[in-house]
Design a protein around this ligand. Structure first.
Ligand SMILES: [Zn+2]
Length: 443
């Protein structure tokens, strides 16, 4: 009998051993891999070599991990400008997989993997899932989209690598998802947090209480979500909800994940080197300071990424985690610098609105932010669904809730916004990443 299966909560999963590598050893591995990555990119990627030349740098100048700050940044624009294959460091005969972003405007960005890259990707996802307490014997339903998006196939390979039984449901078809969860005895779900919210609602309509199913864990990612959202999901479904982080440019899902402490996400930093920089100046910030996450791949062959600007705002947590892993943690990502809305000169993040809404009793976690322009002035309207009994109740209760939300949003955002309470199921549900902001400004 497999001891991991017998006692999954107290036994360290063999796949997690690397998470506890002594720090001195970890730093040595990182430096060796950083030097190899810089050399590989310098030899094979024209754009990177040109930028190194401009700075008068060669790979030999990287003598310590601190020297990483001397290297040039890479941005999403670089991926677009070199579309499709300009940043590849491997010949096509060595590439076994291509993925691409959906690309809301114009061309998508393309990412590539060698066989070894796929193996690294699988291994970090196995470490994610093991850190969430999953193991051989679990039944994992993957409801991320399969296809060019990295979510579905990434999680799929990781779950298989763990030895779990995989249900490759892909996205959409909520009723079927719920039937599979129930009939197959699914124990863990992988999807976006907003899609899981949709499944919670749909299950209730179908007369199924998720709390009575074997389902015990959800690994949610691909969009920012708040602690309040986690509490709502856990309360409504009876599962333990984990935040997983990743981006296609670096590898896909599996760059980092929460452990069972739920206090930040461990970065698998033997493969991805994290820095936090000032988003304006690019200067490296110390641990505990909030800024933009910058990642460097340390083992990627097909498409090494040097100092990639993620646009995600977070910090490296200064304290070690209670779980004993030596891997550093980032704080939960609540916002991206791209998400920032500037309304009448004030910076507003959708996550601030989400937190304020979810902390107010009577609201549902379905909301939308509508921007418009009236006589040259930007207006922000928050539409939020409220629980059905609020509308059945006497009118006073609705007015009271409206006033409470208005106050709380005014205080958090520092500007006057319009609040509209709408009935449950009014706001369109998402099958993947939620569309929170509708911009109706014309210019
Ligand atoms: Zn931990």
């Amino acid at each position: 009998m497999n001891s991991v299966l017998e006692n999954p909560t107290t036994t360290r999963h063999p796949a997690s051993e690397l998470d506890y590598m002594p720090l001195r050893e970890l730093r040595a591995v990182q430096l060796r891999r950083l030097q190899a990555t810089v050399t590989r990119a310098w030899q094979n990627v024209k754009l990177f070599r040109e930028r190194m030349d401009e700075r008068g740098l060669t790979p030999a100048d990287i003598a310590s991990l601190d020297d990483i700050a001397r290297l040039p940044f890479t941005t999403k624009a670089d991926l677009r400008d070199t579309y499709p294959y300009g940043l590849f460091a491997s010949p096509m005969k060595d590439i076994v997989r291509l993925h691409a972003s959906s690309g809301t405007t114009g061309k998508p960005i393309v990412v590539a993997y060698t066989q070894q890259d796929i193996e690294v990707w699988t291994s970090v996802l196995v470490r994610c899932f093991a850190g969430c307490g999953l193991h051989r014997g679990d039944i994992m339903q993957i409801a991320y989209g399969y296809g060019l998006f990295t979510g579905g196939l990434g999680a799929h390979y990781g779950a298989e690598g763990l030895g779990a039984a995989v249900v490759p449901a892909s996205g959409g078809h909520a009723d079927r998802q719920i039937m599979l969860m129930k009939d197959f005895g699914v124990t863990a779900m992988c999807c976006t947090p907003t899609y899981f919210l949709h499944l919670i609602d749909r299950a209730a309509e179908m007369g199924i209480d998720l709390r009575e199913l074997p389902l015990r864990a959800g690994i949610f990612g691909a969009e920012p979500w708040t602690q309040s959202m986690r509490e709502h999901i856990e309360r409504m479904s009876g599962i333990e909800a984990f935040d997983i982080y990743g981006l296609s440019e670096i590898i896909g899902p599996g760059v980092g994940c929460e452990c069972r402490q739920h206090d930040g996400l461990h970065i698998f930093e033997d493969h991805f080197y994290p820095e936090i920089v000032d988003p304006e100046t690019g200067a490296v910030l110390p641990h505990g300071c909030e800024g933009e996450l910058v990642l460097t791949t340390l083992s990627k062959q097909a498409m090494p990424m040097i100092r990639y600007r993620t646009r995600d705002i977070t910090m490296l947590l200064p304290e070690p985690c209670a779980c004993g892993r030596t891997l550093r943690r980032i704080a939960r990502i609540g916002r991206r610098s791209d998400d920032m809305l500037i309304i009448r000169g004030v910076n507003v993040f959708p996550s601030q609105i989400e937190t304020a809404l979810l902390q107010t009793e009577g609201t549902l976690p379905h909301y939308q932010i509508v921007l418009s322009r009236v006589q040259g002035l930007d207006q922000l309207e928050v539409q939020v669904e409220v629980t059905p009994h609020m509308f059945n109740d006497k009118i006073g209760a609705l007015q009271e809730l409206h006033a409470k939300l208005q106050n709380s949003l005014d205080r958090v955002l520092g500007i006057r916004v319009r609040v509209s309470l709408v009935e449950a199921h009014t706001i369109e549900r998402s099958e993947g990443k939620a569309k929170r902001v509708i911009d109706r400004r014309t210019s």
